[in-house]
Design a protein. Sequence first.
Length: 512
Amino acid sequence: MKCYITTPIYYVNDIPHIGHSYTTIASDILARWKRLNNFNVFFLTGTDEHGIKIAIAAKEKGKTPQELCDEMSAKFKEAWKLLNISYTDFIRTTEQRHFIAVEKIVQDLLDKGFIFKKKYEGLYCVGCERFFTQKDLDENGCCSFHKTKPALQSEENYFFKLSSFQDALLERLTNPNHKEYIEIQPEERKNEIIGKLKLGLEDISFSRSAIEWGIPLPFDKKQTVYVWVDALINYITAIGYPKNEVTFQKYWPADVHLMAKDILWFHSVIWPAILMGTGLPLPKKVYSHGFFTLDGNKMSKSLGNVISPQELVDKYGVDAARYLVVTLIPFGPDGDISWQELTLKYNTDLANNLGNLISRTIKMAEKHFNLQVPETKPDLELAKKVTTTIKESFALNMDNIQLHKAAEILQNAITLVNRQIEIDTPWTLAKTDMNKLASCIYSYLQAISIIIMHLLSFMPSISEKIWQIIGASGNINETAKKYFIDAIIPENGFSVVNSQLQTPGILFPRIV
Ligand SMILES: [Zn+2]
């Protein structure tokens, strides 16, 4: 089984911030989770590098557009390295392979009669790099994202017959039994898209004249492909379209396109229409998340409150940063975050709950059993209880990218083990019943190993480290893969009797 997951390609007029990180970390967690479930995963991210904004910004900085793109694209790669993002490929729209794919798609659409030339006069927002119709604008006649009035511009462009796809799109977006059904998530935004689609579609400008920083149309080199169209095609370029038919057939269609809500329309309407026009299969799922505010305020460069990946990592460490960013608010709706809440969640979930469980378990083993997995008759009751607590609903929430819920299930499992320790009172057993104490510590270690395998997609590095600390055998990734398929706990447990444990130090130092 394959699973093709994409983030949007990020526009290089901005440096990586928490918004990009949020989409990318969520995608990475999904990719890692699918790999653990034995899917052949292709996980794509990259940078969107064409358009007038880039040309202008480069000029201002005294650079060529390509130099600026190289520099900015590298910053995204650095950020994803910092956040331990396991992408399969990083695509840049200035690469040769992308030119070939875009030219092929545009030529195909022309040949099939979906592209025509017309003089166009419209309201153009430079910020969005797109034309708007009056009904797209807010009550003041402004672009709702930039709050500026688009200027009236006129040029001769090539157009895409988007209007001719209305019925076909409605059918594919609303009928789950259609063989090319596209699932839009979340439901509320799906309804918005459908509502807007029912109002009718207008043909859209597909090219720009006088914008040189782009991909020239194969049939009219004086025009370049509209940057939005160019960007969407990256999803097929990266898996080999059109030259590498084998890889393309292997991974296309995409299983899920993830993105923020502002580009949902492009992914659920324009992109499928382009694909239909060329006769290519449609993506299976388009999933958008909301915007978030910081302490109730919009994050923006001018307010100076934009959070960078580096700041998150400096404060919490890589693994905790990944965990916190995607679990503080639900994936889908808009949400508000704050440093206080991030820190509170860090202290509650990681320092107090998980960190404490591991540290107290290892301390007992150190004090009474020479830092080894105590010799005992394997008791797997607690581990089985933990499995039951986590099972199914965890997998369901991971598959649906409800990562905050998946994390909550894990926290409940950790609490369950911590509570069991309170019930067992191993500190009294040390004086009365060493056999029982050995059996208890053994059972905590098995329970922890189950929990850690589930945390692996969220916190890959520290999970590996904890796996060593608790004396669990083998490579955690391989063991987890086997566990997620068979759901069987080995007879002797994951931390085998007499295995060496390690002192954990402070895994998650409390932050004040
Ligand atoms: Zn705008």
